[in-house]
Each structure stands twice: as C-alpha cells, then as structure tokens.
Design a protein around this ligand. Sequence first.
Ligand code: BDR
Ligand code: CA
Length: 312
Amino acid sequence: MKPVILDVDTGLDDACALLLAARHPELDLKAVTCAGGNVGLDDVVRNTLTVLDAAGRPDVPVARGAAVPLLQPVRMARHVHGADGLGDIDWPRSARTTDPRHAVELLRDVLREAAATGELITLIPLAPLTNIALLLRTYPDATAGLREIVFMGGAAGIGNATASAEFNIWTDPEAAAIVLTAASELDVPTTMYGLDVFYDVVVTLEQARGLSGSPSAELARKLIEKRSSLYQSDGASIGDGGAVCAVIDPSGLTTQPFPVRIELSGSWSRGRTIVDTRDWSADLTSDPHGLSPTTVQVATAVDGKRYAEMWL
Ligand code: BDR
Ligand code: CA
C-alpha cells in the first residue's frame, strides 16, 4: 500500500478525492489536513469529516490548518461548491472532532514517523498551498519522510480563477512560490496536476446513477449529480480526484519536466504558474539573483476514461 496524506479545502471535488483515497485498497490514508480555500476553514473541516464518515474512515486523523493565505485576503469559490462547500446537498454532517494538533504539526509528526520507518509518504495537496509552505519552512527535516508531492494547482494553458491563474495558486501565490522553491532546495520530486488535465476525468450522470448500496457510493453519486447540475452538463469531472488517481496509477498520466515559476506580481497574471515549455529553456533558466525556477513534472495529458473507471 502507498501511504498518502491529503491537504484539502473540501470542496465538491476534494470530496471526490477523499472518497477515493479513503477507500482504494492500494492507498494507506495516514492523515488529512485542512486549509481555507473553496469555503472557510470551519466548513472545510466539517465537510472533510463528513466525507470520511461516509467512507467509513473515522480512524483517519483530520487537522485544522491555515484559515487564510499568507499575504492576501481569503477569496472563496462558493459559486462552484455551494454555500457550505459540499453543494448544499441533503447529507448528515459529521459530529466528529479534529485532531488537537495544528495541520502543520500533524504533517510534521506523520512525516517524521515515516522517515523513521522508511515508509515514505506521497503528499497530495488539493488546496491553496498555505499549510504546505508553512510546513516546509518550519520543519524542513520532515521532508525526509516524503517520497514526493503531487499537487493539484496551476496551468500551463489558461487559468480558471482568472484567464492566467488557477484557483489554488491564485488564492495563495506566495505559498505556492515557497513550496516550489523549498521542493527544489530539499530535493522533493514534485508533480503538477493542473488545469491542463483537471477537467478530463469525467464521470457521466448515467455512470453515477449506478452508484448505490453504501454511504460512500450514495455520496459519490450525489457529488457527481451536484457538479453536473452546477455545470449544466450530463456528467462532471472528478477534479481533485484525478490527482489521487495519478498517485494510484501514474501510468495513466503523461508528464514532462519543465521549469516552473509562480508569478507574484503582474497586473493580470498574479498567481500564474509560468511553465517554460521552450525546448531550449534549460539554457535560459540560470538566474544571477538565485531565483531559478523549479523543475516540475507537469501533467500534459491524462487517460480520463481509465481514471473515471478507477474512481467508480
Ligand atoms: C481547484 O480549485 C478548487 O475550486 C478545486 O477544489 C480544485 O482544487 C481547481 O482550480
Ligand atoms: Ca480543492
């Protein structure tokens, strides 16, 4: 089994990711940490506990993390995820409480334990990268327990929050810049599961209607129905769930190593992931000011049908 940690801002599609990570037989979900993003932190935490209850995984520790980005005010996406972040669906909310530790401390402890046992962890951030930036700057030694980071965020092509920027990176660009810089300094292999593939793992309404017989299947069906109705479509992408599929079966994802920088200023481009796809870019990336880009495995294509079947 692959040990994994999810960092989430649950979110309809984070919920799709959580269900898969909690129930897939090849994954060992060690912990889940929460950040403000799609909705406020209180809603994110309650949604996360609710999804794990539905998945029959009350054993997974869940910790509260950063409520707001490092620098800029919080901006949410209730128009995409409903007022409560879980599509305002009719579903009993969890009464479970969180782990007493802050998300950064839970991450630190689980990663240090992984370093001690040699069972290295894949970290899957699906939210603004605030918690992960704080972790890497506060406890860099914890990366000894990391196998890799596979994050949902960014785009080589167009954005969604703006024409330039994807929501998770746009929400906390400073955190994203810190994570990429620290990953490079600390030699943590990093994969960007961005918008270039994010919408391509689609579950149809017809497929979703076949999901029944357990609370997790019922919730999965409701998530797809809700996302489909929000997008006025006869199916919906599992969004963040695709990043979890990529950890389970990396052969379904095509990636290429590209230098990536985060745009921290710019009138209309703040929060953009600048992916340098020029084939001669290696010659141009050394920077006299030490602000070299980080080489990231950027997802460029996905076998959406295979991943949708895996999720179902
Ligand atoms: C990302 O932003 C959020 O709305 C989704 O949960 C996903 O993580 C897509 O841009
Ligand atoms: Ca998310």
